[in-house]
Design a binder for this molecule. Structure first.
Ligand SMILES: Cc1cc2nc3c(=O)[nH]c(=O)nc-3n(C[C@H](O)[C@H](O)[C@H](O)COP(=O)(O)OP(=O)(O)OC[C@H]3O[C@@H](n4cnc5c(N)ncnc54)[C@H](O)[C@@H]3O)c2cc1C
Length: 418
């Protein structure tokens, strides 16, 4: 491609972070190309639990978590599993994860996530208004369910933290949770409701609508796998693709989800992003109605009412990018769901697994490269990539335009673990 035809910005990755970034760049008047290995509705962003979970300001690495890990690992189908063969590769990530559990690091993590979350819902709504997609987002609020008062009391610090960050939360007794969700059985004892949450009707529908809008706005999409990066005097000049093509770039955004570490490594920036594999099953005829998103706190799974059915999902499986999915996890989550939702019809479900791009401290990387002046990283959003995608895109577009985003970007630097 001749230099003058090269778009202003090239994005590797067409997940929700890549597309939301393309959107912000188009709004800023840039020409954009998106390069990705998979179709727009095929990857991790297409099958998630669809929540704009703007009340989730707590990193996973919390003080004292290490004490709970052995118990979680005892049950092979429990909320957390580690592949023994993957352990040597996981160690650098796990070491940093343990450091992130220290109270002062946790406090920094909460502040960093809360800062991004503050405008996340408004950012989604503004983008949807603009692309004519308001109807894609519904289901205001989320219910968190506990099996006992003792369990809810154990989580009280989380709810206090949310309140301290201006998030409205409402404690509910059994009659209160039943008013919200009559389908809950006797196992659901009490809970909390927060309105700072919304749920997409279907994440695939979002990707297709946003992708279509971007195409109409002149963004070009190229299907290719990037396998190499051509650098010259501190700048990336081109991307080498598996099909033999070289694609010239001006500015480059790496938004390749759980695969981003492979690309940053080629620029000499080793970042420990791990595939945090999650599972779900979408039930087309669940036999019950849920009005809003429900999190079953002690059992670490969720139920998301989508336009295509009820999606039951969760699990954290640290087993790398290559291992085949173990759909026994999806089945285990359904069995758990039936404990809380006795009338749930689990027949005819579609099982799915996706790769959350996990940062050890749950904080995304939104950062200029220290090695190549024309590269910006946008990855590592873990469990919250959909939620934080539009805000991330906005910040990246401001970085490209050398504008001040108003955020202190220190916590999101790629070099923070060096
Ligand atoms: C079970 C589950 C439930 C979830 N629920 C929620 C939720 O409710 N709310 C929420 O906010 N988040 C949720 N998440 C997390 C969210 O889905 C992810 O954080 C998000 O999808 C990551 O988006 P991304 O654009 O960074 O990466 P991806 O969606 O993975 O996209 C990256 C793309 O980059 C491409 N790519 C990678 N390497 C290359 C290469 N070398 N060359 C070319 N292309 C490449 C791939 O094709 C891929 O499509 C969930 C995740 C899972 C697994």
């Amino acid at each position: 491609m001749a230099e003058n035809l090269t778009p202003d910005v090239t994005i590797v990755g067409n997940g929700i972070v890549g597309l939301a970034t393309a959107y912000a760049l188009v709004r800023a008047g840039k020409t954009v190309q998106v390069i990705s290995r998979d179709g727009v509705d095929e990857g991790t962003s297409s099958g998630n639990a669809a929540a704009v979970a703007a009340a989730e300001i707590m990193p996973i690495a919390e003080p004292g978590l290490w004490k709970k890990v052995p118990g979680m690992l005892i049950d092979p189908l429990g909320p957390l599993s580690l592949s023994v063969t993957h352990l040597p590769q996981l160690m650098p990530w796990f070491y940093r994860f343990l450091r992130a559990c220290r109270p002062h690091n946790y406090a920094k993590g909460v502040a960093a996530l809360a800062a991004l979350m503050d405008g996340a819902l408004d950012d989604h709504r503004a983008m949807l208004d603009h692309i004519n997609g308001k109807q894609l987002l519904g289901g205001d609020g989320a219910l968190f369910v506990y099996r006992s008062h003792a369990a809810r009391d154990k989580a009280a610090h989380e709810w206090k933290l949310r309140q301290a960050h201006g998030i409205h939360v409402f404690p509910l007794e059994r009659d209160g949770i039943l008013q919200h969700e009559p389908a809950l059985g006797p196992a659901a004892h009490c809970g909390y409701f927060t309105p700072r949450w919304a749920t997409y009707r279907d994440p695939k529908e979002l990707l297709r609508t946003l992708g279509g809008w971007l195409r109409d706005a002149g963004v070009t999409f190229t299907k290719a796998e990037v396998i190499g990066i051509v650098q010259e005097v501190g700048q990336v000049r081109a991307l080498k693709c598996a099909d033999g093509r070289d694609i010239a770039v001006q500015s480059l955004i790496i938004a390749a989800g759980a695969w981003s570490g492979r690309l940053s490594k080629q620029l000499g920036e080793q970042y420990p992003v791990e595939a945090d594999r999650g599972y779900n099953t979408t039930l087309p005829n669940p036999g019950i109605d849920l009005k809003s998103y429900v999190t079953f706190s002690e059992d670490s799974f969720v139920a998301a009412p989508l336009s295509i059915g009820l999606r039951i999902g969760g699990a954290v499986e640290m087993a790398g990018l290559a291992r085949a999915p173990n759909y026994q996890r999806s089945k285990a989550l359904l069995a758990l769901a039936r404990r809380y939702l006795p009338d749930l019809n689990v027949a005819g479900g579609t099982e799915w697994m996706g790769y959350r791009p996990g940062s050890p401290d749950s904080i995304p990387v939104i950062s200029r490269s220290a090695r190549a002046a024309n590269v910006i990283y946008a990855f590592g959003h873990g469990h919250l990539g959909l939620t934080l995608s539009v805000t991330t895109g906005k910040i990246v577009a401001q970085m490209i335009g050398d504008q001040d985003s108003g955020f202190d970007m220190t916590p999101y630097r790629i070099g923070r673990f060096d």
